[in-house]
Every structure is written in structure tokens, then in C-alpha cells.
Ligand binder design. Structure first.
Ligand SMILES: [Cu+2]
Length: 506
């Protein structure tokens, strides 16, 4: 009997759609459903939230039918959390998804084998300092009908974090389906600065998707039906807070935009079409020491950027935000008078540079790509080690380490460590062949310090191609098992992810 050959649905040509016909949505701030006792010693009464991962349909554009998504709420992205540093909260993450996945699972990928349920979720709060049992370990997934109760102490500086699925082997599909949202921690340092706030502060969650002609999510597959995994997915439609080509009406004054790259693989090079300058005031883990004036911003998957844009010079104008040649969204600046109520101070939050001498351990860690017989990427690893091998990175709680990320591949890999925040020391070009054959680090250029807009606390670092990227990491917080991984989700799933374990001092 002949097998039916599945036909690839035809991709939408987004250039046929009218631009700037949908207003930018802003995900709602989720109210707590009451208070409960925290799992701390002593316990305290903390806000309690119940969040349901569910199948929804949402219109991404005026002229497209509703798109089927999975989301942590009735709309996508999921609702936004707002909390304060040191104020813990509890979330019951409920898996209320259907029993079948609507995106193509590769059963040859680790953790997604035939004996595993198709639909599994586990939630990680990216950037949070959380105990391991609430961190969303990739194997801690739950099936439809189940839930997990996670506690977030939020004992850390003000920052934009984001929650997203982290289920092993299908993470790229679950996030692509829409399982993510924003999480803001506030603190007194930030509030004392008089930055734009209230309706003048907005999250911008950027993610690209491939859409079919009838507006449905298309997740591409390889020509091999036995292993449909592809090495990177970039879409034709760039969504901002769930809309394609949205517009935002703004007053001629300053706005604060909290930007997140929630894409599977795309690195954005953001700028305004008229080359308007803007300031970056914060990065992944909070405020920078000082505002950095930019005309272009590069942001990789998992990274966040805290931006201030002053529209007062653009009264009556329409500014288009783009990434290279791709149009993302439009800002319509009103012509009327506006009152500037915020200010941009020259100093934001002091950040002490960690001296290299503080590090008690330096680890050389490689980022490896393996190709198949056809020369196509078949698998990616950290330190040439599969996920299931014993844990090799065991930092001592309270100690500082230097992680030297050696990237012989042709790609930038955004490397994310759970639990911790770190500083970038430098990046330096090296000769990959000498390292691969003799394990000798031979540098072929001077070390480059981080750019001013990276010179703050980070939790995701772009490890550039054919460069050695060094980060210095204080392992503070909790004991136990966490993960570090590439945030290109296709890489992470196949198997560019490894555990690390924070151990007690001997
Ligand atoms: Cu990668």
C-alpha cells in the first residue's frame, strides 16, 4: 500500500498584507487569585496565581483568520506578572492542553522518544533566582490534567524576566506554539529614577513565525520523515505582542520599552527606518550603570533590552521599527503638545566589575556542531557531551567561576545559564583547528571588551562564531541541579543543553 505523502502547506507572503492596521496589544497584568502560605522558613502569606496552558485562537492580523496557538492564558503572549524584589509569589502552572500536539514532534530527539507523551509542559522563569524544584527542570514535565506549584522568591534586582515552557525534546515546539509571557520585578532603585512609567512603559515581545496562507502556524520539517528536526527556524511574520505589523499611537515624549527576543532562532538588528537614536538603559538582569545611546540594537533569542525612546523630536511623524530590511511595527507620534514627566539620569545603577582574580575555577567549554553525511547539521552539543552524561560542571555555592565558551561553529549561540547572573569579560578570535586537534588556544586577535550595552548583569550571552567568549559567574542562590543551554531552541532541543550542579563547600 502506498503511503500518503504529506504536502507542505503553502507559506503566506506577508508582503501582500496591509501594514499598521492593528493596534499594538499589551498583555494584561495578571491579578493574584488570593494568598497562600509560602514554602519558606518561616512561611509567609504570598500572592497565589493559577495559570492554565491552553489551546486558543487569536487574530495576528486584521485580514487573516484566527491563528491556533497554545498560551498561558486566553490570549498570547500569556499575561504579564508584576512583583517587587523580595516579595515571593506562588504559581500553580496547570497543563490544560489537548492530548495531541499540533506541531511535528521528532521522536528521534532525546526526551521525545515514542514512549513519551506527545503533550508535556514544564515552566521555567528565565532570569529568576529560584530553587531547583521550582526552576522548571526540563525533565520535570507534566501531562494534560496535571499541575505544578512553583515558588518564586524574587530576591533579586528589578528586571524583566520571562516565563516559558522548557519541556525536554519539544521545547522549540511549545514556545513556538505560544507558551511564554513577561514577568517584571520592580525595586526601589528603579523607582527612584523617574523613568517613564504607567502607560508610558510597555513590553515589546518579539517573535517570528512561519504562517500558512490561511494564517496558521507552520513549523518546517526536514525532508526525512524519520527525523523531521531542522537546525533553525525563522519565520516570515514578525509578531510584536501577538500582532503582525502593529502600530502604536504615542505622545511626543519619552517611552520605556521592555524588549524581549522570544524567537526560536532569529537574531534581530533593530533600528528605526529614519535612523532615530534611542537609549538602552538595561539588559537581561536589570539596569545598566548608565544609558547607552544607540542607533541599532542586536538582540538574540532569550535576551532582553530595556529601551527609552524620546519621541519629542518626532512630533507628527511616523517611525517604523525594522530589523535589517524587515518591517516590524510603526509608532505614530501625535502632533499635539505633550508634557514630559520622566527624566533620563546619567547614572542608573552602580555595577561593580568582578575582578578576574575572584574566580576560583576556569572552565573551558566548547560549543559543538555535528553534521550528517550530507553536510547538514545533525546535532549540537555543549562540551561534546550528551544531555544524559554525568554532570561535569559542579560550581561551589558562593564561589565565582570563569566560563570560557569556545565556539568553532559558524553560528552565534546565545548561551543561557539558569539561576545565576554574570558579567561578560571579553571575546577574542582564535584558531579553531589548533584547538580541535591539539586543544591549544591560539588567539589571532586582541580580546574585545563587552559593548557598553552589554556591560551590565546578563543571563544570556552571545557567543560569537570562531571566538572565545569569557563570562565571570558568581554562583549565588541555591544548591542543586540546574541547566545551561543555547537559546536557539532548535539547538537546545537537539542537545545543546547540559545540567550543572551547585554543590556545598567541602
Ligand atoms: Cu546554538
Amino acid at each position: 500500500m502506498a503511503h500518503a505523502v504529506p504536502t507542505m502547506p503553502v507559506a503566506l507572503d506577508v508582503n501582500t498584507l496591509a501594514q499598521f492596521v492593528d493596534p499594538l496589544p499589551v498583555p494584561e497584568i495578571v491579578p493574584p487569585q488570593g494568598h497562600r502560605s509560602s514554602p519558606t522558613d518561616p512561611p509567609k502569606s504570598v500572592p497565589f496565581y493559577r495559570i492554565k496552558a491552553q489551546a486558543i485562537a487569536s487574530k495576528v492580523h486584521r485580514d487573516l483568520p484566527p491563528t491556533k496557538f497554545w498560551s498561558f492564558g486566553p490570549s498570547t503572549p500569556g499575561p504579564t506578572f508584576e512583583t517587587r524584589a523580595g516579595e515571593g509569589l506562588l504559581v500553580e502552572w496547570v497543563n490544560a492542553l489537548p492530548n495531541e500536539h499540533f506541531l511535528p514532534i521528532d521522536r528521534t530527539i532525546h526526551g521525545a522518544e515514542n514512549d513519551k507523551p506527545a503533550v508535556r509542559t514544564v515552566v521555567h522563569l528565565h532570569g529568576a533566582k529560584t530553587r531547583p524544584e521550582s526552576d522548571g527542570y526540563p525533565e520535570d514535565w507534566i501531562v494534560p490534567g496535571k499541575s505544578s506549584l512553583y515558588y518564586y522568591p524574587n530576591q533579586q534586582d528589578a528586571a524583566m524576566l520571562w516565563y516559558h515552557d522548557h519541556a525536554i525534546g519539544i521545547n522549540r515546539l511549545n514556545i513556538y506554539a505560544g507558551l511564554f509571557g513577561a514577568f517584571f520585578i520592580r525595586d526601589g532603585v528603579e523607582e527612584a529614577l523617574n523613568l517613564p512609567k504607567g502607560k508610558y512603559e510597555l513590553p515589546l515581545l518579539l517573535y517570528d513565525r512561519l504562517l500558512t496562507r490561511d494564517g496558521q502556524l507552520l513549523y518546517p520539517v526536514s525532508p526525512d520523515p524519520e527525523s523531521p528536526w531542522v537546525s533553525e527556524v525563522s519565520g516570515n511574520a514578525i509578531l510584536v505582542n501577538g500582532k503582525l505589523f502593529p502600530y502604536l499611537d504615542v505622545e511626543p515624549r519619552s517611552y520605556r520599552f521592555r524588549l524581549l527576543n522570544a524567537s526560536n532562532a532569529r537574531i534581530y538588528h533593530l533600528s528605526f527606518a529614519n535612523d532615530a537614536p534611542f537609549h538602552q538603559i538595561g539588559t537581561d538582569q536589570g539596569l545598566l550603570p548608565a544609558p547607552v545611546l544607540l542607533r541599532e540594537l542586536e538582540i538574540a533569542p532569550g535576551e532582553r533590552a530595556d529601551l527609552v525612546v524620546d519621541f519629542s523630536e518626532h512630533r507628527g511623524a511616523q517611525l517604523v521599527l525594522k530589523s535589517d530590511a524587515l518591517v516590524i511595527m510603526q509608532f505614530r507620534v501625535s502632533a499635539g503638545k505633550a508634557i514630559e514627566t520622566s527624566s533620563l539620569p546619567s547614572a542608573l545603577r552602580p555595577i561593580a566589575k568582578i575582578p578576574e582574580s575572584q574566580a576560583v575555577e576556569t572552565r573551558l567549554l566548547t560549543l559543538d556542531e555535528f553534521v550528517n553525511k550530507a553536510g547538514k547539521p545533525a546535532m549540537l552539543l555543549l562540551n561534546a557531551s550528551h544531555w544524559k552524561l554525568p554532570v561535569t560542571e559542579k560550581p561551589v555555592l558562593g564561589s565565582t567561576e570563569i566560563w570560557t565558551l569556545i565556539n568553532p561553529t559558524n553560528d552565534t549561540h546565545p548561551i543561557h545559564l539558569h539561576l545565576v547572573r554574570f558579567q561578560i569579560l571579553d571575546r577574542q578570535p582564535y584558531e579553531p583547528w589548533l584547538f580541535q586537534t591539539k586543544r591549544q588556544l591560539h588567539f589571532i586577535g586582541p580580546p574585545e571588551p563587552p559593548a557598553p550595552n552589554e556591560a551590565g548583569w546578563k543571563d544570556t550571552v552571545q557567543a560569537y562564531s570562531r571566538m572565545v567568549t569569557r563570562i565571570i559567574v558568581p554562583f549565588e542562590g541555591f544548591l542543586g541541579r540546574y541547566v545551561w543551554h543555547c537559546h536557539i531552541l532548535e539547538h537546545e532541543d537537539n542537545e545543546m543543553m547540559r545540567p550543572f550542579e551547585v554543590i556545598p563547600r567541602a
